[in-house]
Design a protein around this ligand. Structure first.
Ligand code: ZN
Ligand code: ZN
Ligand code: FE
Length: 758
């Protein structure tokens, strides 16, 4: 770009020139062309602007000085939702013309543009929504160039109405005028609509039959207030909504959905309402109000005005604010605080189609509030929290996808397939990595189907032809097996290497570094069960420098649900088998467990850090059987009031970190002091371990990855300790630390391996 500027400046400022600019990034569906149009007029330029699959293409003709200023302002004043990642300039011959026009889109074969995520309704639109004189007064699909659906309504690129699900709605004269008027804030707003020409809501009964209603939204609110369960079609899928202040309704929802204890998110009317339920700091408040409008996990207050069993045993609750006009209208019609949970059965993907919703939610929802704007891509709500004032994702989805993660340099295109739980996939294109939306646990047919669909969709819309597929070592994961369907080289990346590489990729860190992987479960090259490791990570390779003391992995995978098994494993490993029965009296077939433990070649071992959390929760009587993934650690963390360090609570020999002394101490603790001592000692022991191994290898940079880093107490304590000893520490910020972010690390390692080979 510097070159361009110089070239322009060498001309006489008054000389008439014509330039072509090719702009890439998020420049479609974000008001970019109207912005260019207005700017061109301001600088008296003639020419054209068009959307193409290669980005926005501008031809601008005018005085050299004006063209120069024009391109400068494009870069400094671009619309809020846009992101310019590349700008290419060419001199072209002058033309005989008198005006600047917006050309209709053309489709071409190479595509390198980006698509905007969905955006929460903006303040200008809200003002109109609640203005009785406005023609869109109370219209649930109001939107403009700065807000509304994007990713979820796109069928193909370029992002233009004929390639979105809005193509089924013909613009009325008024809307068309707005769309064509460069001075209108809906100029080229692709989802533009009004009550005359746009989508409409409708109320259906529990069997999916239309119900006559003059005001479907108000009627839905009335039914919710009566304790009914409503399936409400939203931006990226259906939500199941119930009155969050009605314990009975919440109980019924849990029962019908098969979600016994897993926390439910709520949507509240306003920030004040959110503050009456949770403690909210400035970062959290900004995040709640952001254009991404995610669910933010917040610290619960005492005596809150909502049902108790929304997040049982959890000291945090997931809250979001209304983000579509339809949500705002629910509260305008006096909706109470609402449980708003993805509409699905158990862990299946979220429903998006009206018929699909009726079929799949028949036994869950009492009513359906639907509309006729098609959702083309399932996208769940994003969920995040703050660790040390930094974002930490639990789920990166609506509002963030498909924004790329910027890589430090361009790499070959690859497709990474993720792991098993909380699956996402990732493709690389140039110096960008596109992580898919949350797909879910690949343990049911619908999720596997969604996984297949997502691969196709992500490759299509980003126009990526991968050179390799990257996968986990675990042979039984659906994602690993999917590799066989591609006629491409397959590259396997060890689970924890991938976790750590994800953190390195987003922070642009080059190895060798120390990688602290604290996770539940992942297979090593030699089929061992890892999850509490220090790896020396050198980009495409790693070496295991240390690990947690291995515990018996009683019952393999079932140990992660039945945390008492890890409790028993710990009792065995500290020579207290005789207390297993008294600690876990209600466990069936205890004799079998005792027999198993006395025959060491009958069980394998695990070094998973997550399993020590399970064991501690079991021993402290907090959780012996987990109803959802990570429940025991979450309940344990929720009890922490003031972490304490147990001196000599750990031993380190040959770089093996052993917390058995801590566990022995916990045998005589009550749950709260146990939770405090467990967290305090774990963090101190980990820091000690990192320091010793780091000094031994002369490395002072430590990167983190793995599901245990969802634990806020652990992250904040550990970060403090590690900084105190003068080490640099990096945590995942742009993708989830757990398996939801692993595809980024797989993609990064895979792409770097391809570069090494070439
Ligand atoms: Zn708007
Ligand atoms: Zn209209
Ligand atoms: Fe993992």
């Amino acid at each position: 770009m510097a070159e361009t500027t110089t070239k322009i400046l060498t001309r006489k400022p008054s000389e008439i020139i014509r330039k072509q600019f090719r702009i890439n990034g998020i420049v479609q569906g974000v008001g970019f062309r109207p912005f260019i149009y207005n700017l061109a007029n301001k600088f008296n330029l003639t020419g054209t602007v068009s959307n193409s699959s290669e980005g926005v293409i501008i031809e601008a003709q005018g005085t050299s000085a004006n063209v120069h200023n024009f391109i400068n302002v494009i870069q400094t004043d671009a619309p809020p939702l846009s992101m310019i990642s590349a700008l290419e300039t060419n001199d072209i011959p002058n033309k005989d013309e008198t005006s600047f026009i917006i050309k209709t889109s053309e489709k071409s074969s190479t595509i390198s543009t980006m698509i905007s995520p969905d955006v929460a309704v903006c303040d200008d639109c809200l003002d109109e929504l609640f203005n009785p004189k406005d023609r869109r007064f109370l219209y649930p699909f109001i939107n403009c160039t700065n807000c509304g659906p994007r990713y979820t309504i796109i069928e193909n690129i370029p992002y233009d109405r004929p390639f979105t699900s809005m193509r089924h709605f013909e613009l009325c004269t008024n809307c068309q005028e707005e769309y064509d008027d460069p001075n209108n804030r809906r100029f080229h707003a692709q989802p533009n609509a009004c009550p005359d020409c746009g989508p409409k809501v409708q109320l259906h009964d529990g069997g999916g039959k239309p119900v006559r209603s003059d005001n479907p939204i108000r009627d839905t609110v009335e039914l919710i207030k009566q304790g009914r369960i409503a399936a409400i079609k939203g931006l990226g899928g259906f939500h199941l909504a119930v009155d969050a202040t009605n314990s009975e309704a919440v109980k019924t929802l849990r029962k019908r959905k098969g979600r016994e204890e897993k926390p439910l998110a709520i949507m509240v009317k306003s920030m004040e309402d959110a503050k009456s339920i949770c403690h909210i700091n400035r970062d959290e408040a900004n995040e709640l109000r952001s254009i991404q409008s995610p669910i933010v996990l917040l610290k619960k207050r005492e005596d809150i005005p909502i049902a108790n069993d929304i997040a049982p045993g959890n000291d945090r609750i997931g809250i979001m604010l209304p983000y579509t006009p339809l949500h705002h209208l629910l509260f305008y019609d006096d909706a109470p605080s609402l449980v708003m949970t993805s509409a699905n059965l158990s862990e299946e993907p979220i429903c998006i189609e009206n018929n699909e919703a009726v079929n799949r939610l028949l036994n869950i929802a009492d009513i359906f509030l639907v509309h006729n704007r098609k959702i083309l891509t399932r996208t769940d709500d994003s969920v995040l929290m703050f660790h040390n004032k930094k974002r930490s994702f639990l789920r990166r989805s609506r509002g963030f996808v498909p924004m790329p993660i910027q890589l430090p340099f361009s790499v070959p295109s690859v497709l990474a397939l993720g792991a098993f739980l909380k699956n996402t996939i990732c493709v690389t294109r140039g110096n960008q990595a596109f992580l898919s939306q949350h797909i879910g646990d690949l343990d049911n047919a619908l999720a596997c189907h969604f996984f297949d669909e997502t691969i196709k969709y992500v490759l299509d819309i980003h126009q990526v032809k991968p050179q390799a597929v990257i996968h986990d070592y675990h042979p039984d994961f659906y994602s690993t097996k999917a590799t066989e369907r591609f006629t491409l080289p397959a590259i396997q990346v060890q689970h924890h290497h991938a976790h750590l590489a994800a953190t390195m990729a987003e922070h642009h860190i080059k190895g060798p570094v120390l990688g602290l992987a604290l996770d539940g479960f992942g297979l090593s090259e030699k089929n061992e069960t890892w999850g509490g490791e220090i790896l020396l990570v050198d980009d495409t390779s790693y070496r295991r420098l240390g690990h947690f003391y291995p515990l018996p992995h009683l019952g393999g995978d079932s140990a992660s649900h039945q945390s008492w098994r890890m409790g028993a494993a710990v009792l065995h490993s500290i020579g207290k088998e005789n207390r297993i029965q008294s600690f876990f009296p209600s466990i069936p077939n205890i004799d079998k467990i005792m027999e198993l433990l006395s025959t060491p070649n009958l069980f394998s071992f695990t070094t998973g850090c997550g399993r020590w959390f399970d064991a501690a929760a079991a021993i402290l009587g907090i959780s012996t059987v987990q109803k959802y993934e990570g429940q025991a650690p979450i309940l344990l963390e929720s009890l922490v009031t003031k972490p304490e360090i147990l001196e000599k609570g750990w031993k380190i020999e040959n770089n093996i970190l052993d917390f058995r002394p801590l566990m022995e101490y916990l045998l005589n603790c009550d749950p709260v002091s146990g939770a405090n001592i467990f967290h305090g000692t774990l963090a101190a022991g980990l820091a000690d371990w990192v320091k010793r191994v780091g000094l031994e290898h002369g490395i002072k940079t430590v990167i983190s990855g793995g599901g245990c880093f969802h634990n806020k107490v652990l992250v904040e304590l550990l970060d403090g300790h590690v900084r105190k000893i003068g080490f640099h520490s990096y945590f995942p910020e742009q993708v989830p630390p757990g398996d939801g972010g692993i595809s980024l690390g797989q993609a990064w390692v895979g792409a770097l391996k391809l570069m090494e080979q070439s």
